[in-house]
Structure formats: C-alpha cells, structure tokens
Design a protein around this ligand. Structure first.
Ligand SMILES: Nc1ncnc2c1ncn2[C@@H]1O[C@H](COP(=O)(O)OP(=O)(O)OP(=O)(O)O)[C@@H](O)[C@H]1O
Ligand SMILES: [Mg+2]
Length: 245
C-alpha cells in the first residue's frame, strides 16, 4: 500500500500553505510537526479532498485519489482538528450516524460501532449524550468515528489536544495498536506524543517539507553544541532547533 504525493502545492490567494511537497507514505506512523500555520491541516485536507490542490498529484497505489473518488474515501479515516459533535446525540447515535455516511448498514454497521466504541473505551457511556462529555471523551469519540469502515489510511489532526496526560497516553496507545498495516498520519504540537510511536517524523516549516526521518536520526542531526532543554536531547529539541521561530 502506497500513498504518494508529488509536487503538491496549495495556495490561499498569495499565501502558499503547502509548497511543492513530495513524499511517499507506506504502512506505519508518520508524525507531523510544524508551528501554527505551517500547513499540517492543509496536508490532511488535501488527502481527504476537502480542499483542491493547485498543483501536483496524490496517488493511492498508483491511481490519482480524485479518480478513485468514493473508492479512496472508503479507505480513509479522518479525525479533524476542529471538534464537530452533535451535542444532543448519544455516543452511539453519533458514531452510527458517521457510519451510515460511510455507507455502512445493518449488522455490519452495528458490529463496527460496537468495536469502535470498545476500542476507545466508550462502551459504558454509549447511551449518554455527548454534550456532557469531557474533552478527552469527545476526542475518543472523534477517534472512534474515524475507525469506522476499517480504513487503511488514518489522518489524525491533533488527536490529543487538550487531554490530560493519562488520556493522552491512552489515545497514544490506541493509535500505536491501530497502526499495523495502516498508514497513519498524526499532526501534533505535543512532541512527546510521537517520539515513542512514530516511525518517521515530518518537519514542516512555512508550507515546506524540511525533513523526513526517524525520531532518532533527527535527534542525531542536532548540532553537537546544542543545549538540550531537558538535559538529554529529544524530539523537543529537534522542534525548537528546526521549527522554533
Ligand atoms: N480556508 C482557508 N482560507 C485561507 N487560508 C487558509 C485556510 N486554511 C488554511 N489557511 C492558511 O494556510 C496556512 C496553513 O494552515 P494550516 O491550517 O494547514 O496550518 P497548521 O499547520 O494546521 O496550523 P495549526 O497548528 O494552527 O493547526 C496558514 O497560513 C493558514 O492561514
Ligand atoms: Mg492544523
């Protein structure tokens, strides 16, 4: 399985949100680091076809995703950065609703809703209205809906934003477990969330892909005289050195 972006560019007027980005994703976890406005969400929006690219190509196993259309969308799970949850719906009705949008029906729908709620630890609150959920529960619910249809490509845009450390570790562990045979793109500002689970890390700066490498290789590429913020060099230092201004 291969998701390939070649020379992908997206402009908003005079502002180039993504500039000539080329990368090939194969199964595994890709952490995406970049400051506010660097282009992380734009990258995901281009893969979901929520926004139109101005140049370049995006292919899935050799065919352009625009040509694949629904066939590609069926392979996609997307957890958007902005929370959009109907507060009057119960957890179960929300996840079922998204499942129906994805074309699931009947027994298959019920089975997948059960699985997604179990995996995100929401089975106990499935009949509760989401309006009363904590931030962490809402995040887990958004992750649950992204898992429906057993997507082979998962796009997670800041999945742990606003969560307490325990919830963050929980979500991180789910994501790690999910990554088998899947392409997972994970945009975040919480550098420690990807340090231990991402096979590769993308550094994006002002719409340009600066580096793609393993966390360790990025850490090793820091200058010898770099003073680590926490005593030992970590991905946090990589962020500060390459993306920090
Ligand atoms: N709908 C839009 N209309 C105009 N400009 C936009 C739009 N969406 C994004 N941009 C611009 O594109 C650039 C990249 O934005 P993007 O949302 O991809 O950044 P990001 O890396 O996800 O940032 P954040 O960390 O804040 O989520 C920014 O300059 C932003 O202002
Ligand atoms: Mg974003």
């Amino acid at each position: 399985m291969e998701l390939k972006l070649e020379h992908v560019t997206k402009r908003y007027g005079a502002n180039t949100a993504l500039d000539d980005l080329t990368i090939t994703f194969t199964p595994g976890i890709y952490g995406i680091l970049g400051a506010n406005g660097a282009g992380k969400s734009t990258l995901m929006n281009l893969i979901t076809d929520n926004v139109k690219r101005d140049g370049g190509s995006i292919t899935f196993d050799g065919t352009d995703i625009l040509e694949l259309g629904d066939a590609f969308r069926a392979q996609l799970g997307y957890m958007p950065q902005q929370q959009g949850i109907y507060e009057q719906m119960t957890a179960e009705s929300f996840v079922s609703y998204v499942g129906r949008l994805k074309g699931l029906r009947g027994k298959a729908l019920r089975r997948q809703v059960d699985e997604a709620l179990a995996l995100t630890n929401l089975s106990d609150v499935r009949h509760k209205k989401t309006g009363g959920f904590s931030g962490g529960m809402k995040q887990r619910l958004l992750l649950a809906q992204a898992l429906l249809g057993q997507p082979r490509v998962l796009l997670l845009d800041e999945p742990t934003a606003g969560l307490d450390p325990r919830e963050r570790v929980r979500i991180r562990d789910y994501i790690k477990a999910l990554a088998q045979d899947r392409i997972v793109l994970l945009a975040t500002h919480i550098v420690s969330d990807i340090e231990s689970i991402a096979g590769q890390v993308l550094l994006i700066r002002k719409g340009r892909l600066l580096r793609v490498d393993t966390p360790q290789a990025l850490i090793d590429s820091l200058p010898a005289d770099w003073k680590p913020v926490m005593g030992v060099k970590s991905l946090e230092d990589v962020y500060l050195y390459f993306l920090g201004d």
